[in-house]
Design a protein. Structure first.
Length: 229
């Protein structure tokens, strides 16, 4: 697994996209707080929110809907957190409203709806069947336990059903909402599976995507908040 590499890749994108330190940055859905700590160490004034945020001066255990800011932020970051927010449109509008005019929004997300048969077959080829990994291996194990067969189409369909049962937003839906509130500055398809796979790097996954052999399971978006009319 390459979770350390994933953290470095995401942090590199975010730090390149943010305005100069010591800008004030909001992270929405900070999880365990690794990215928030990295941004803070780089000299930014960080507030990181999540209902299960860790303890610490920069963290608040609160949802984006409940969060109250003492002053506007220069930038906001959301990495793999928008796809499971219940009211996506309201959440992104709320984030936009917390930023200064032309404030920066950086997003890295999962497009679970892109998990087609070819992508599933490639993922199965590189998953270690003898070793427990992350979310994708857990889905594989659940699928196999159902005795639904062992072909890639079955695995693809299972993951798509799992995402739908969790009300995950599609990649297209998330992009549409982001573009509704932010002027697009950068967009890039994003390799998402390599942290879950054995012997696969980010560069190798990108090569598979660019060759058309698999679909990109993620994307990155950097936008600038529109000024109020």
């Amino acid at each position: 697994m390459h979770h350390d590499a994933w953290d470095l890749d995401v942090a590199d994108l975010v730090l390149r996209a943010l305005p100069s330190a010591p800008a004030r940055v909001l992270e929405v859905g900070c999880g365990e707080g690794r990215l928030a700590r990295t941004i803070s160490t780089a000299g930014y004034r960080v507030v990181a929110i999540d209902p299960e945020a860790p303890e610490g001066a920069i963290f608040e255990r609160v949802t984006i809907e409940e969060f109250v800011a003492s002053e506007p932020f220069d930038a906001a970051v959301a990495t793999v957190s928008l796809h499971h927010i219940g009211d996506l449109a309201a959440a992104v509008a709320r984030i936009a409203g917390l930023l200064v005019a032309r404030g920066t929004f950086v997003v890295v997300e999962l497009a679970s709806d892109h998990f087609d048969e070819a992508t599933a077959a490639w993922a199965l080829e590189h998953l270690n069947f003898e070793k427990e990994h992350g979310w994708l291996a857990r889905r594989r194990d659940e699928w196999r336990a159902q005795d639904d067969g062992d072909d890639a189409s079955g695995f693809s369909e299972y993951v798509l059903r799992w995402a739908a049962s969790n009300n995950f937003h599609s990649g297209a839906a998330m992009l549409e909402v982001c573009r509704r509130h932010f002027d697009e500055m950068e967009f890039e398809v994003w390799p998402y599976l390599y942290p879950e796979l054995e012997g696969v790097t980010r560069t190798q996954e990108i090569a598979e995507i660019e060759a058309g052999r698999i679909r990109a399971m993620g994307f990155s978006f950097v936008g600038s908040a529109r000024s109020a009319p």
